[in-house]
Design a protein around this ligand. Sequence first.
Ligand SMILES: Nc1ncnc2c1ncn2[C@@H]1O[C@H](COP(=O)(O)OP(=O)(O)OP(=O)(O)O)[C@@H](O)[C@H]1O
Length: 241
Amino acid sequence: MREPGDNRQVTQPPAVVVRDLHVRFGDVEAVSGVDLSADHGQSTALLGRNGAGKSTTMKVLAGVVPPTAGDVRVAGHDAATDALGVKRVVGYCPDVGGLVPRATPWEHLQLSARLRRMDDWEGRGRDLLERFELGDVAHRVVGGFSHGMSRRLSVVLAALHEPSVLLLDEPFDGVDPLGVEATLEVVADARARGACVLLSTHLRDLALEACGSAIVLRGGNRVAAMQAAELTGEAYRALLD
Ligand SMILES: Nc1ncnc2c1ncn2[C@@H]1O[C@H](COP(=O)(O)OP(=O)(O)OP(=O)(O)O)[C@@H](O)[C@H]1O
């Protein structure tokens, strides 16, 4: 127990801990022994070539795909045995899909808020839609949205409930500069309120802008973990080959 006048800092356990994660789909080993650890108040970029295992790792962290083997804790919840607990604490923007074509952005927000039993969400919902320039189309079905508009809405939905772990899989893909700016703001806000952010992207420059640290995957393995600033173009290129 801490005594009055005891000024030692309380160190929080990492928000996300992954040890020796393996994920197999039939004959395909999508992830083969990934380790990672990410703290509250920090953002980490997940980089790697197509098929490196980024989205699969994100899906496990979101409680959407179970680990085949390994230990995965998300805000203390075990992804193998408590996928529902994991889903409650994360906000997840998947790489593709996740939207209902016949529903409007506002209906997506309503559904998300109802599933999470949120009361006082409408002001934040409206603000997020405005920040992502989706206010004017809040009541238009998303089936007619462009790819970038759908990506922006997916980020809004991931961020609505101010999750303690924010998982953004390719949030910049096909998004215009204003959408990129809004996404960077969401990442900065999440970090500032002590959330842990994991963001997968192919765009090294944006990874550097959004994240303090970076993890590079190749062939389902982690090949590097470093401060984002150390990930020069040359270093990144060398890690991809
Ligand atoms: N549902 C699935 N069934 C079979 N194989 C899968 C499935 N999901 C992923 N894979 C395979 O697992 C490997 C890793 O895929 P993953 O989507 O995690 O890579 P990624 O790094 O996100 O790639 P990208 O940058 O192209 O999105 C690939 O070989 C992929 O074909």
